[in-house]
Design a protein around this ligand. Structure first.
Ligand SMILES: [Zn+2]
Length: 272
């Protein structure tokens, strides 16, 4: 009798285990299925931010209008440095661009760029990027910026806005550079200046993390510094530019056309 009970118990246990395993396998399969076909919120943001690109999404791939595909999420888990060095499109949204207060430790939203994605949009060489540079009237000078994705038009709006409504900010507007095909100092990553989407201003009133900490590595603790008025920063942000002064690795002269990062930040704020 004892033996019979044992057998029955074992039997029941096996049945329960099989049922449980089957259910969990089914729900796992369902989860998998959903994740491969549904569009992540970040992809919708990307598509909205760059309407000129007519991007589409299918099975973890971003599809460009000419049919070129790019993996959205490479599935590789990366530490902070690896994310900067080998950013896929998904990695660009791992951090949220914070528009208040000094940046917290390693808060660098927008500093990681998926190089193939930007090269595809703006050009994969200095020569290719140059073809799309146009003039922006910038406080008595002409400066070059890419016309792709409306970046030059948006930069012109920044200048017009400041000229019309904030003459007190004009002394900060001297540009020390826009397009320049180069690597970020001390790294193998292409700078945003390479794509014609970045501008440096107000060098004399600016701060850069490496100036104060020439020997620091990218994971060292550093002190934040900024002398750029936030009113100026907000005008750039209103027109689609992120500011290097919102980064832990601050670069307060640096503004870069990244509408997807700002839309992502606003979506995050409204979900709070
Ligand atoms: Zn810069």
């Amino acid at each position: 009798m004892v033996n019979a009970m044992c057998v029955l118990e074992k039997c029941l246990f096996s049945i329960i285990s099989i049922v449980t395993l089957t259910f969990s396998a089914l729900s796992f399969a369902q989860e998998k299925d959903t994740s491969s076909s549904a569009m992540p919120a970040e992809v919708s943001i990307l598509i909205q931010a760059y309407p000129e690109q007519h991007l589409r999404f299918e099975n973890n791939q971003i599809i460009f209008s000419d049919g070129t595909t790019m993996i959205y999420d490479d599935g590789v888990s990366k530490d902070y440095i690896q994310q900067l060095d080998h950013s896929d499109i998904e990695d660009m949204f791992l951090q949220t661009y914070e528009m208040t207060g000094a940046p917290t430790y390693l808060q660098d939203a927008g500093r990681s760029r998926c190089e193939p994605f930007f090269k595809k949009m703006y050009g994969d060489s200095a020569k290719a990027v140059k073809k799309n540079l146009v003039n922006v009237a910038w406080f008595g000078k002409n400066i070059k910026f890419t016309q792709i994705n409306g970046a030059a038009t948006q930069l012109q709006k920044v200048a017009d806005d400041i000229q019309a409504h904030h003459p007190e900010l004009v002394p900060y507007m001297k540009s020390s550079g826009t397009f320049y095909w180069r690597k970020v100092r001390g790294s193998d990553r292409l700078s945003a200046h390479s794509y014609g989407i970045a501008i440096d201003i107000a060098v004399k009133q600016s701060d850069y993390w490496k100036w104060g900490h020439p020997k620091a590595t990218e994971t060292d603790t550093i002190n934040y510094k900024n002398r750029i008025p936030l009113t100026l920063v907000e005008i750039f942000e209103k027109h689609g530019f992120i500011w290097g002064g919102r980064w832990y690795h601050y670069d307060t002269m640096h503004f870069e056309y990244r509408p997807e990062i700002l839309t992502h930040a606003k979506a995050h704020q409204s979900n709070l």
